[in-house]
Design a protein around this ligand. Structure first.
Ligand code: UD1
Ligand code: CA
Length: 454
């Protein structure tokens, strides 16, 4: 809405007792991102001028997450959990700056989309004092019901206070409300706590505005946009919707997902063109996959940059700090962490590459391990371009293997290897001709002696 100033308040206080968790509710995650971060991202994208977050006392972790997700969001503390209207008033200082529009969004509705938030502001521009998002959930239990009189939104009734007829209403409160800045404080201040729970309900804003002779409006949206999360099963249902959306946008961007329903993405997963993802792959946060790369089945990828036409898996694990160069190959049962793998380099089987850099076209043999941890500190391994690391080698860091050097398989390498050299760090093979024959002869002699003593 051009020309109108806006403030969004995100209500994020409260422990979320029904989650049966030590973690504050809004810090639970879907698609690799906290509920709070999803809400903040949607609001920021909807283009508001200021954002306030209301947290509970001692919820520094929630404040820190708000700051991480959206630097500049202002936090206010609600001293006691006394209801959603009471929570909104914790940000009174921000409301007093008199934005044209005030949006109040619950921190536990992470699927809200920027376009949905924008739609809610339209009735305000048209003169309404209050606008709410409405939806028809498959199961309305737990949601506030919208009451209409003479075709106009008249009130919202919380389930605990509703009679049987009101409970039968299918149209519910989505939990996002917009208030005209000019009336917001007057309306919020009039909200009382005369209900079963003795809480200050934000939802009473509708009835109060109407009583003041002001208009209220409802904007109906899809259930998925406003699913509220109070329990672990609602969290799982929201995860399913988020995954469905992310898979669809990957497919729309030209990614090949062989079995989309088996691939799990994060909100920030980025794909180039012609990427192929085989069934059963999990992407954690901060992953970028460039054009033409292939991620094979059963791989788990977090915090990794996968270069053009690189190949990963099956059964690979890429941990944070992994950077695969163009055409690099990371094969089955290979784990990579904090490591840069050069263009065309290969580690095809059963390896651990941690705190390492592997030069272009180097070949890391099966079973190679970078021994990066000495029990207290981490150290780096550097493998030069075109180097060849024989199978089952242990590279004890800090260590440097020069360009084009060869490491004999089964070596334990503790000293730097110059470019072009061969290093062998293993017991020398010994051959004892006829040894087995001699052993048998000794054994049968021993048995004869034992018999003669019986
Ligand atoms: C609320 C609405 C209900 C709506 C539903 C949509 C009220 C009274 N009810 O119910 O009409 O259908 O959301 O999901 O608003 N919070 C605070 N401080 C408080 C109380 C709540 O910050 O004192 C925060 C919570 O952290 C949560 C949000 O406000 O993120 C909503 O509170 P919650 O208790 O989940 O409300 P519901 O019962 O789900
Ligand atoms: Ca809720």
């Amino acid at each position: 809405m051009t020309g109108r100033t806006s403030l969004a308040i995100v209500l994020a206080a409260g422990e979320g007792t029904r989650m049966l968790s030590a973690r504050p509710k809004v810090l639970h995650a879907i698609a690799g991102r906290s509920l709070l971060a999803h809400v903040l991202a949607a609001i920021a994208e909807a283009g508001v001028n200021a954002i306030a977050v209301v947290i509970g006392p001692g919820q520094e972790a929630v404040a820190a997450e708000a700051e991480r997700a959206l630097p500049g969001a202002e936090c206010f503390v609600q001293g006691e959990r006394r209801g959603t209207a009471h929570a909104a008033l914790a940000a009174k200082a921000a409301i007093e700056r008199r934005p044209d529009d005030l949006l109040i969004v619950y921190g536990d509705t992470p699927l809200i989309r920027p376009a949905t938030i924008a739609r809610l502001r339209a009735p305000l521009a048209a003169g309404a004092a209050v606008a709410v998002l409405a939806f028809r959930p498959a199961d309305p239990a737990g949601y506030g019901r919208l009451l209409f009189a003479d075709g106009a939104l008249a009130a919202i009734r919380e389930e605990a206070d509703a009679d049987a007829a009101e409970r039968a209403i299918g149209l519910c409160n989505g939990g996002v409300m917009a208030l005209a800045g000019a009336h917001a404080l007057a309306i919020l201040r009039r909200i009382g706590s005369h209900n079963r729970k003795g809480e200050f309900y934000l939802t009473d804003a509708v009835e109060i505005a109407r009583g003041m002779g002001l208009d209220a409006a409802a904007v109906e949206v899809e259930e998925d946009d406003v699913r509220g999360i109070n329990t672990k099963s609602e969290l799982a249902a929201a995860e399913a919707v988020a995954q469905q959306r992310l898979r669809q946008s990957a497919l729309d961007a030209g990614v090949t997902l062989v079995a989309p329903e088996t691939v799990f993405l994060s909100a920030d997963t980025k794909f180039g063109k012609d990427v192929v993802v085989e069934p059963y792959v999990v992407f954690g946060e901060k992953v970028t996959v460039e054009e033409g790369a292939v991620i094979r089945s059963f791989s788990h990828v977090t915090g990794a940059h996968i270069g053009k036409r690189a190949s990963v898996g099956p059964f690979a694990r890429l941990r944070p700090g992994t950077r695969l160069g163009e055409g690099a190959r990371i094969g089955n049962f290979v784990e990579v962490k904090e490591a840069v793998i050069g263009a065309g380099a290969k580690a095809n089987h059963l390896s651990y590459l941690g705190d390492a850099s592997v030069g272009a076209n180097a070949n890391v043999g099966a079973g190679t391990i970078t021994c990066n941890f000495d029990g207290s500190d981490k150290h780096r391994t550097t493998i030069g371009a075109e180097a060849f690391i024989g199978s089952n080698s242990a590279l004890v860091a800090p260590i440097e293997i020069g360009e084009g050097a060869y490491i004999g398989s089964g070596s334990v390498i503790t000293q730097n290897v110059p470019a072009g050299a061969l290093a062998l760090g293993r017991g020398r093979q010994v051959i004892k001709e006829g040894w087995v024959e001699r052993l048998r002869a000794l054994k049968s002699l021993g048995r004869k002696k034992a018999h003669s003593h019986e």
